[in-house]
Design a protein around this ligand. Structure first.
Ligand code: ATP
Length: 342
């Protein structure tokens, strides 16, 4: 033996899944009006991007979560744990899971990170618990967790209507984007609470974007970005206008806020161009990523095999160090900006 870690029989037999849960941006978000149920009627084009949280799901007797990230609850209110609880109740199973969550997607940033974690847990547990539920049945549970959760069950690009949860897939070509997140979050409830009828639009911008996405024409996508919530959120956070201006000055073809913010993103001509734009953003407090849109699933699931266990990757996951399980660096690490550099 070459010094491989000794594993107990129990540890060898316990099944583990490694998952990545991608963020999204809203290329268009239109508010059509207020509904009788208190929600706003939306038309939005959501698009998954390759900036992802990482999760390990491991068979356990109870429902448990290990997470350490600022602003993310470690208790039963965490969306990952809420998803496990909801699926356990809906399926009537008595099985449990230990979830290790490595947050990479900024929190309360308009990128849907918590919703993506919830979708990942639903998809992972469907496999780990051997439920074999079809996507439509999982989507019913997803909707009870949040209006963005059904989107992440599938990923790619989608036109969302209703409260954003009625989805029509949009075949999307790859587009390179630069995400910029300031060091504060934005409350979705507060953003919608500030919406006034002057911010209502007719949904035609989203329809146009859905058509454009197929074309992969970055310049046309850039020219058609729109977020009706920006008028509600931007006055609260002057940084949003500054981030948009900086992205445009750095060469972005077009810019918009994602979801209820405060993350803004810019469209680039290519991934190389996105990396150049990212390198030109010099504000020390911003976190910036060059990313690509994902045509495929937002959630990827992999069984951690015996090889991973022999290499000690299972234990690394248990300790919350998920890199050895996933290998490489997806998502791209944010740029670390040195103060004073131009
Ligand atoms: P949305 O627009 O859907 O609210 P968001 O990207 O703006 O999404 P999230 O990062 O999903 O925001 O988090 C929203 C809130 O949910 C946070 O303030 C956080 O306290 C709570 N939360 C619960 N579970 C999670 C999780 N797994 N990841 C991140 N935040 C979580």
């Amino acid at each position: 033996m070459l010094g491989l870690p000794a594993l107990s029989k129990e540890s060898r037999s316990r099944r583990r899944l490694a998952l990545s849960a991608a963020a999204k941006v809203n290329l268009v978000l239109e508010i059509l009006g207020k509904r009788a149920d208190g929600y706003h009627e939306l038309v939005t084009v959501m698009q998954a991007v390759d900036l992802s949280d990482r999760l390990i799901l491991e068979e356990a007797a109870d429902l448990e979560l290990a997470v350490s990230a600022e602003g993310v609850p470690g208790d039963a209110t965490n969306l990952a744990l809420r998803a496990a609880t909801a699926l356990r109740e809906a399926s009537g199973t008595d099985r449990g899971v230990h979830i290790t969550l490595d947050k990479r997607v900024p929190v309360a940033a308009g990128l849907g990170g918590g919703s993506s974690d919830a979708a990942a847990v639903l998809l992972g547990l469907n496999r780990l618990w051997g439920l074999r539920w079809p996507a439509a049945r999982l989507a019913e549970v997803a909707t009870t967790l949040g209006m963005d959760v059904p989107f992440f069950l599938r990923g790619g690009g989608a036109l969302g209507t209703g409260r954003g949860e009625e989805l029509k897939p949009v075949p999307a070509g790859a587009v390179a984007l630069v995400l910029v997140t300031p060091p504060f979050g934005s409350s979705t409830a507060e953003a919608y609470g500030r919406v006034t009828p002057s911010m209502y639009t007719d949904g035609s911008r989203a329809q146009t974007m859905a058509g454009l996405l197929r074309t992969r024409q970055a310049a046309r996508v850039a020219a058609s970005l729109y977020n009706g919530l920006e008028a509600a959120v931007a006055p609260l956070h002057p940084e949003i206008a500054r981030m948009k201006a900086a992205l445009l000055a750095a060469g972005a073809l077009g810019v918009a806020m994602s979801g209820s913010g405060p993350t803004v993103f810019g469209v680039a001509r290519s991934f190389e161009h996105a990396r150049q734009i990212r390198a030109r953003l010099t504000r020390a407090s911003w976190r910036c990523w060059a990313v690509r849109t994902l045509g495929g699933p937002a959630v990827r699931v992999r069984t951690i095999g015996s090889m991973d266990r022999m290499m000690g990757r299972g234990q690394a996951a248990r300790r919350g160090t998920l890199d050895p399980v996933f290998g490489g660096s997806n998502p791209p690490a944010p740029t670390t900006i040195r103060r004073g550099r131009r």
